[in-house]
Structures are given as C-alpha cells and as structure tokens.
Design a binder for this molecule. Structure first.
Ligand code: ADP
Length: 395
C-alpha cells in the first residue's frame, strides 16, 4: 500500500470503516463496530483475508475508536501508515458544497448544522473528534452526502413556504446519498462508453434508506430526499412522502409531540410499518407465503418509485439511462421487474432474463433497442470517498 486512506462512516450506534489504498484502489481492511453506547458491543475486523471478532462494551465513539486502534495494532494494518482519514458526513447544509479538509472552523460549522440533521450529524462529529484525537498528524476530510445535490436549481430545492422563515432557518431541499448517486452515474457513463456530461440519467439508490435522482448532462437537477432524509421513496423504516398535515393530525390523535411523530415516521414506518419487516429478503418470503400486508407494502413501494421515475422523465424531457443500485436495487430482481415492467409504455424495455442474473458486476438489463437503457450498477461509497479524500489532499 502506498497511500492508505482510512474511511469512517459513523452512525449513532455503529462505525463502519475501510482502509483503501488510494493509488491501487484496493481494500486493505474493513470492519464494523456495533452497539456503541449499549451493552454487548461488537467489533468485526477483516485484514488480509482473516476475520477477527471482539465482544466489548463501548461507552461512546471515542471508546470505540480507542479499541479500534488496539485492534489495528494487534492484527494490522499499521495505522501509522495511514495518510488521511475520510469521514462520511451526512449534512453539509448550504455551507459545504464539496469535500473539505477538516479544521477547527469546519468542525464549528458542522456543529452549527446539527439541528438540520439531529439523527445523523452528531454521531459524525463525535467520530471526527475521536478520530482526530487518535490520528492527530494526518489530514481529516469531510465528504458530504448533500454535496452532489448542491447543483439543484432553485425551482427544485425551494419549498413553497414563507420565504423569510425558509431563509432564516435554511429550509430547502438538500438531498442525500449524493456520494452514491455521483459514483453510480459516472460508472454508467463508463459502462455505456459515453461522455458523462452528455447523458441524462435517473438513478435509484434503494438500500435501507432510498432515494432517486435526476441528472441532466452530468448535473444533478432533482432528488427525492429533502431537508432531511425522511422525504421521498418508501424505505426500510421511513415513510417517505406523506401529507405534511399528517404531523399535526397524528400529534392530536396519538397525543404525541413533534419529536414523537418524527420518531414514528423515521423508525416505525416504511416497509417495517406496512409489512413488519425491513429486509426485502424477508418481505419476498412473506409475499411468497401469501402475506397480504407484505404484498401491499411491495405495491406501495413500487408505485411510489414508478411515480417518481415518471416525474423525473418529465423533468428531464429525455432519459438515456435508468439505474438501480444499493442493497435492494442490486439484489432484488422482483422490485426491478415490477418497476420497469410498468414503465414499458414509456420506453423502458426490460430484458427479463438479464434482470434475473445475479452478479456483482455493472450490467445492462434492458432489451436491445430499448429507448432508455436500464442498468444495475453496484455502488461503492467507500471507494468514492477514498477518491474524494485523495483529491482533497492533493494525492
Ligand atoms: P444501507 O442503507 O444500510 O447501506 P444497503 O444498501 O446495504 O443499506 O441495503 C440493505 C438492504 O438491502 C437490506 O435491508 C435488504 O432489504 C436489501 N437486500 C440485501 N440483500 C438482498 C437480497 N439478496 N435480496 C433482496 N434484498 C436484499
């Protein structure tokens, strides 16, 4: 490894990490720390084909990273060789439109932005603080989920609310999963052998969280997530779009405060709320066993997606490629088939056989001559983050 880069993705109770060589782009090590701040924490570390598992309690992100340093020291790779650390950072607000090298002023600004993403930014900040403490001598870089969508036009990012309230409180659509939408859409251009800035694309990132983007001539112009990652598509536990009046109504009938309603829509809705399961493998099994709730959940999921694709087709006027990515998009042939089959009259011609193939490779799943090329492209947010980090440190 000539330029090892440590990539950190800190959630509220977990830290996912990889070490990628910025030059060869090979993954040297990877792992996940889970149940931070809870009992029975775990750390799973993989290096040179060997898996190491550790049970330990981690009081907070700092304790988890201290443990990680010990694990690196015992099993490798050598942390002293790490040249930079890239931090996945969910919300960049209006302040950060691209990747930045973190200094104290950047950290202060990130803390200021926390109210915009109270579930996501605080753990990210805790991770940055802890990582800077254990690796003080290398640059730390923040890569923002929102950055790819900094190009949205005002007509797309503006909410029709009181403009002074919006301006004072930075209320607008920001969009998330940008690192994935950017990586995948560039990969599509590579696969099709066409210039990135000559393509109109729709990208569906369907993981636990889910979002869709419209990209005109290589520039993001629309996306389904908004001020927060709650908007848009139906997700594992998040509702996606609902009537904004629902908050007040549920507050009244369930006697919940707004935090309670937010919690319901973020953590107990989506596929979990409708079908009692978040994982599409479980949902597919339930559908096969004749479970009506699971079938309805799938229908709602597909209907929402089809509605968004139709709307983005109208926004773009002409679409060259529709791409599926992330856990569900890459693996669930049923979701892809139900979505694309409904779009057949609009020029999306599914090749059922190609769609059924399981593969880790980017691939076309539309029939020859399809007006819109339909693809499956595995996302790789860590690789995209490694590239961003390398560029930020001038590597
Ligand atoms: P995250 O948003 O957590 O990064 P991922 O992109 O890893 O999520 O997606 C996780 C989801 O992918 C799982 O919850 C599951 O619904 C779906 N998934 C993973 N593997 C399969 C599979 N083989 N078939 C269907 N769905 C899958």
């Amino acid at each position: 490894m000539t330029t090892p880069i440590l990539l950190l993705n800190c959630g509220s109770s977990s830290i996912k990490y990889q070490v990628i060589d910025g030059d060869s782009e090979q993954v040297a090590a990877s792992g996940i720390i889970q149940r931070i701040g809870q009992a029975s924490g775990t750390l799973d570390h993989t290096y040179q084909g060997h898996d190491h598992h550790l049970d330990a309690d981690f009081a907070d992100h700092a304790a988890a990273l201290d443990q990680l340093v010990k694990v690196f020291a015992e099993f490798g790779p050598n942390l002293d060789e790490v040249r930079a650390v890239g931090h996945r950072t969910v919300h960049g607000g209006e302040a950060f439109r691209s990747t930045v090298v973190i200094d104290d002023a950047v950290l202060d600004k990130l803390r200021e932005l926390s109210p915009l993403a109270p579930l996501h930014n605080p753990p990210g900040i805790a991770g940055i603080e802890a990582a800077r403490a254990v690796l003080p001598d290398v640059p730390h870089v923040a890569i923002f989920d929102t950055a790819f969508f900094a190009t949205l036009p005002a007509e797309a990012y503006t909410y029709a609310i009181d403009k002074d309230v919006a301006r004072t409180h930075a209320v607008r659509k920001y969009g998330f999963h940008g690192t994935s939408h950017s990586y995948v859409s560039q990969k599509v251009a590579e696969v099709l052998g066409r210039p990135y800035d000559g393509l109109n694309q729709i990208v569906c990132h369907l993981g636990n969280g889910a979002s869709i983007s419209a990209i005109r001539d290589g520039v993001a112009v629309e996306t389904s997530m908004g001020l927060t990652p709650l908007a848009g598509l139906v997700m594992g536990t998040r509702s996606g779009d609902v009537d904004p009046g629902l908050h007040a109504y549920l507050g009244r009938v369930l006697d919940l405060d707004l935090v309670g309603v937010d919690d319901l829509l973020n953590k107990r809705s989506g596929m979990l709320g409708l079908a009692g399961a978040t994982d599409f493998r479980d949902i597919n099994s339930l559908i096969e066993s004749g479970d009506a709730d699971a079938r309805l959940a799938m229908d709602v999921y597909v209907h929402r997606l089809v509605s968004y694709i139709g709307s983005y087709l109208a926004v773009l006027g002409h679409v060259d490629a529709l791409t599926f990515t992330a856990g569900v998009g890459e693996n669930d042939a049923l979701v892809r088939s139900e979505v694309v089959t409904r779009l057949e009259p609009l020029g999306f011609w599914l090749d059922a056989e190609a769609n059924a193939v399981r593969s880790k490779q980017p691939r076309v799943i539309s029939r020859p001559g399809s007006p819109v090329t339909v693809l499956v492209v595995p996302t790789n947010e860590e690789l995209a983050m490694a590239r961003e980090t390398m560029a930020a440190i001038g590597g």
